[in-house]
Design a binder for this molecule. Sequence first.
Ligand code: GRF
Length: 205
Amino acid sequence: MVFGKKVISFLASGRGSNFKAVAERVLDGSIKARLGILVVDRQDAKALDTAKQFGMESCFIDPKKYPDRRAHEEEMVRILRKHRTELVVAAGYMRILTPFFIKEFRNRIINIHPALLPSFPGVHAQQQAFEYGVKLTGCTTHFVDEGTDTGPIIMQAVVPVKDDDTLDTLSARILREEHRILPESVNLFCTGRLKVRGRKVIVLG
Ligand code: GRF
């Protein structure tokens, strides 16, 4: 079956290694999609350099320039639409998206979270898991809904916690899995194989 190539845009706030992992696979053709635009909320986001290296469009939309979150997101939606975005990948985007934004892209926003949801939602997930003393943690991709890291789960990868782990070694091991399951989840979306039924995401084929 032949699929039209979907346009993927990205939201990021910092380093952008997850953005890079997905964009690389679009550029090498192993994810059949087109790159839209990278939108960041911080001028110093390293992800901007990566986008430049890839010759990809990017923009900084400064939240401080808008009276409220809604106005900031209206501008984001305008830019994303201008680029004909069909999938939004939240790749280390540190702001909670409001219901307005989520409605615009219902079941078309994929987030990567560095823990096995529903455990340890929110920020510093690796640290929360490390300090709790779990033996297994990992990462989760999910569609974004109105809650914090509560949307339907697409993929999860398990990462064991070793006795001699530090927060850094554990986070690095989780990140390697993030760079595997996020592109894989995006690929499943782009090939039309993800169906959302209530809380469950069915992977076709
Ligand atoms: C990742 O650990 C991701 O799971 C979390 O924020 C971090 C972003 O890292 N949401 P990067 O910017 O993709 O390198």
